[in-house]
Design a binder for this molecule. Structure first.
Ligand SMILES: [Fe+2]
Length: 192
């Protein structure tokens, strides 16, 4: 089955609605501490609290060897030059790897090795495939002007661990400079 056929099972392009699994929707207010400038998020929230991304997780079974997969739609936008992003996570089962397949749009994945702390940026757009090894935090960012749509396929027992990154966030941030995405060290700022 090709990706478009799988996509059509869970995503209705007419309505933009996802179905067929458990859907999570994250708004800007849910991502306040994921951005490097929470004060800029607060300023934006005075006007609106936009939907940043939605993920539908399809879980056909939980037996040993089963796979789960999720379709993500990350909308375009920026906060203080930083692209709209997902929270990012490790897998609870740290050795669990994942394959991402870009279907539509333009974006990047930020990968961070848990042991070394080293960061890596991989293009994730239409036709791009990114392999996320185990023990690697991963986050998606939309660098284009259209919704970024992608699949993630992972072992059924992978689980999601958001806690470690909620504490300290990723070491790097992806910002737009002169129209191009540039990876920078996270600035340590006082949290208001
Ligand atoms: Fe994952």
């Amino acid at each position: 089955m090709n990706p478009e056929a799988i996509l059509s099972q869970v995503y209705d392009p007419q309505t933009g609605h996802l179905s067929g699994g458990m859907t999570v929707r994250r708004h800007l207010s849910d991502l306040r501490n994921s951005f490097s400038n929470p004060a800029a998020v607060d300023e934006h929230l005075k006007q609106e609290d936009p939907l940043l991304y939605e993920v539908v997780a399809v879980e056909p079974g939980d037996a040993d060897g089963d796979l789960h997969y999720g379709l993500g739609i990350l909308y375009p936008g920026q906060i203080d030059g930083e692209y709209y992003l997902t929270k990012g996570h490790y897998h609870e089962t740290r050795e669990a790897a994942e394959v991402y397949i870009g279907l539509r749009g333009e974006g990047m994945m930020l990968l961070e090795d848990e042991q070394s702390g080293e960061s890596r940026l991989e293009p994730l757009g239409a036709g791009k495939v990114v392999y996320v090894p185990g023990h690697t935090a991963h986050r998606t960012m939309n660098t284009g002007s259209e919704p970024l749509t992608y699949f993630g396929i992972y072992p059924a027992d992978a689980g999601h661990d958001y806690g470690a990154l909620a504490e300290r966030n990723f070491h790097k941030v992806l910002i737009e400079e002169n129209g191009n995405p540039v990876l920078r060290d996270r600035r340590i700022e006082e949290q208001p």
